[in-house]
Design a protein around this ligand. Sequence first.
Ligand SMILES: Cc1ncc(COP(=O)(O)OP(=O)(O)O)c(N)n1
Ligand SMILES: Cc1ncsc1CCOP(=O)(O)O
Length: 530
Amino acid sequence: MALPRSPLYLVTQREALPPGVSLEQCVQEALQGGVEIVQLREKHADSREFLEIARGLQTICDAAEVPLVINDRVDIALACGCRAVHLGQSDLSVKDVCALMPTAKSIGVSAHDVSEATVACATDDVSLIGIGPIYATTSKSDAKEALGPRKLARIIDALRAYERTLSSANGRVSIVAIGGINASNAARVLHMTCNFDTGETEAGLAVISAIVSSPRPREAAQSLSDILADYRSEGRSHKPSREDLLANVVRLHDSSRESGGLLHHITNTVVQNQCANVALALRASPIMSMSPEEAGDLSAILGCLVINLGTLTDDSLRVMKEAGRHANSNKKPIVFDPVGVGASAFRQSKTDQLLDHVQMSIIKGNAGELAALSGDKSVRARGVDSAGGFADPVKAVRDLARQERCVVVLTGQIDYISDGMTVIKLSNGVPHLGNITGSGCATGTCIAAYASAAHSMSTTMRATVPQASIWGGGDMLSAAVGGILAMTVAAEIAMEKQPGGPSTFTGHLIDALYNLTAQNLVERARVEVV
Ligand SMILES: Cc1ncc(COP(=O)(O)OP(=O)(O)O)c(N)n1
Ligand SMILES: Cc1ncsc1CCOP(=O)(O)O
């Protein structure tokens, strides 16, 4: 029985069962709900009891034509006629297991970093790698530090890159993510495991408590199986041309003028007024709520959430996480502005926490901010400003979009936008934008207005980022282009009114945003697909 790729993988643990539910009952129901591999994991049973349970589960799994795997114990696997085992880093080596069980059909190995994963996949004998823990878990007493979905993505990318260097005899190893995964965070994990070329997930999900501790294991398995199904079927759409992009921007512009969405801003205290005025000029409704208590209600009705790190505190981080969680589960787009992320260790570590919990649709920042997110030391941040730029901005935006699995906007004299496949260069704008406070933050508001329109049109405008539609994104690439064009074209129009200085320029800018037409955008757009 071959192992399915990206499977829903149940790992058992009798101690986690609810009272009155037997292991056999739980496994039977979980199989009905869509579990595709079962691993028997017994930490406290003696050998005879372990073998008896293994024989019982072998019969159940055979009937369902689902592979059974034995955790750690090759002797039990041999005794019950099962040819699949899972090994941890301190268990018997793969070589020893192959010697003991020459007829082994599947050997799985646990990994917590790139080195453990690549060593495991270097041999043809390993068919599955379990990477984790992804989140904190109570099911494994000696679990290592939680990796988070972004580190998982980096391990998978490195593993696949390493596989490409191996001889063709080695197939692609199956991967499952494990540790603290449940129906509310599974999509976040899978989103980060998407392959950019195929749009499909590279990893399955392995769980204990999400199924074993549920009073309804069939439903629990079914909901995880449904989430996985979404990530197995998504294909890539084609790279848009300049004409496609501008036609999309026109549709988003017209739609937003007809019915602007609610833009929930969690933003800094310096720019709240400016962002609210920009939102109103674009016919959107701004709300500047900082209460975690109402994040759920707002999420049900909002068009887009804006998270801006400008004046970050532990309290505001709590609101960001809560609102982000609700926006993700309600499939609403999120625009993230990591203001000054490279300025302090505090901002950097809080941003990492936030990005491990919330899937952003669009990240917008200057070179210093984006370099801090990608770990590129060649560009330095100076407070909330950037000192210098990327040597290769096209590569920088594309790589970060791939790393974070979202659209990335690099702002500067020339703006660059990428969804990880396409990179767009935009050369509109005027220097005066740099002389007024909050123009960068208000650009986030402009992008949010178009993202809100893209969200409401998501059934007709297909996303280019794999699975972006699952996050309610719709066409986030065109939304980001629309938002940048709106701000920079409006700034050009404002400048033509010959403002006396920054203050009158701000007034003209709001007017220009208010009066902006789709025709202005198309006629003035200096946009190039590179
Ligand atoms: C699919 C899968 N992945 C990882 C593990 C963890 O195995 P290990 O590191 O050996 O820890 P224990 O499960 O033995 O506590 C797993 N069991 N299954
Ligand atoms: C066995 C194992 N290996 C890494 S985390 C983990 C426990 C997973 O259990 P849960 O899904 O309940 O967090």
